[in-house]
Design a protein around this ligand. Structure first.
Ligand SMILES: Nc1ncnc2c1ncn2[C@@H]1O[C@H](COP(=O)(O)OP(=O)(O)OP(=O)(O)O)[C@@H](O)[C@H]1O
Ligand SMILES: [Mg+2]
Length: 255
């Protein structure tokens, strides 16, 4: 059995009195695509944020290539969160794309993509530009290098956001409903880019409501509800022959 690229073990997260993640076990193998479905408020974004080290869990572990990340082990064997500077280094292995594209409004497309390369990646301007151009080419945005986010459609902005995450050469990409803020006619161009990325062998976790995309691209589909994973199965089983009542009910609302 090979080591998962990204793994969560017993992951817990509480906000106030509410336990949003109740000890979630999750893993994705190299080159695998996992689609995460579930009702609003079930904790889908939360688990992605914890695995991307954007906030610390209240319990449990996140492992990248078998090694726990986000914490350091003290001499007495207990762990504590890493200082921000070291978290930032680990975060570079985990690309994240959000529902709202979160591009820097004051930077053009080129600089949105090169910023992290020159600021934390240690590349000079020419190297960063070369990498950025190649990545923007891949998402079909190389002809918009000088445009500002406000001059782009939502689909174009999201493709730039994907290029910005990819340019750091992450080990795994996490997508949090990447198309749900888009006008329907712009959804396809973003899903196409993601499908190509999956075909290129990228390891991906995708929170989505796009059942057709999940069926076509994902290796496994999961239903998340009430802070736990209710069902996990290959797409045909998940959609056509789910084991759990909860999944059947969820799917009946989806179609
Ligand atoms: N920073 C926070 N502070 C307090 N409560 C939070 C915080 N983030 C999330 N929650 C709560 O945790 C629960 C799960 O939120 P989360 O955003 O993970 O759900 P989701 O499955 O992504 O939902 P959606 O489909 O609407 O995006 C919700 O009840 C939410 O209100
Ligand atoms: Mg969410």
């Amino acid at each position: 059995m090979s080591t998962p690229v990204l793994q969560a073990i017993g992951l817990r997260r509480t906000y106030g009195d509410t336990e949003v993640l109740k000890g979630v076990d999750f893993s994705v193998d190299k080159g695998q695509v996992k689609a995460l479905l579930g009702p609003s408020g079930s904790g889908k974004s939360t688990i992605l944020r914890l695995m991307a080290l954007l906030e610390p869990p209240n319990g449990g572990e996140v492992l990248l290539n078998g090694k726990q990340i986000g914490v350091e082990t003290l001499a007495n064997g207990t762990t504590k969160p890493l200082p921000e500077r070291r978290l930032a280094v680990q975060r570079r292995d985990i690309g994240m794309v959000f529902q709202r594209f979160n591009l820097f409004a004051h930077l053009d497309v080129r600089h949105n993509v090169t910023l992290a390369l020159t600021e934390v990646g240690g590349l000079n301007k020419a190297q960063a530009n070369e990498r950025a151009e190649a990545m923007l080419e891949r998402v079909g945005m190389a002809n918009r290098m000088g445009h500002y986010p406000s001059e782009l459609s939502g689909g174009q902005q999201q493709r730039v956001a994907i290029a910005r995450a990819l340019v750091l050469e992450p080990t795994v990409m996490l997508f949090d409903e990447p198309t749900s803020a888009l006008d329907p006619e712009l959804v396809g161009e973003v899903l196409d880019v993601m499908e190509k990325l999956a075909e290129s062998g990228m390891t991906m976790v995708v929170v989505t409501h796009e059942a057709r995309f999940a069926r076509r691209v994902a290796d496994e589909v999961m239903l998340f509800d009430g802070g736990v994973i209710v069902e996990q199965a290959p797409p045909d089983d998940f959609f056509d022959n789910p084991s759990h009542e909860r999944t059947k009910r969820f799917l009946s609302h989806l179609h």
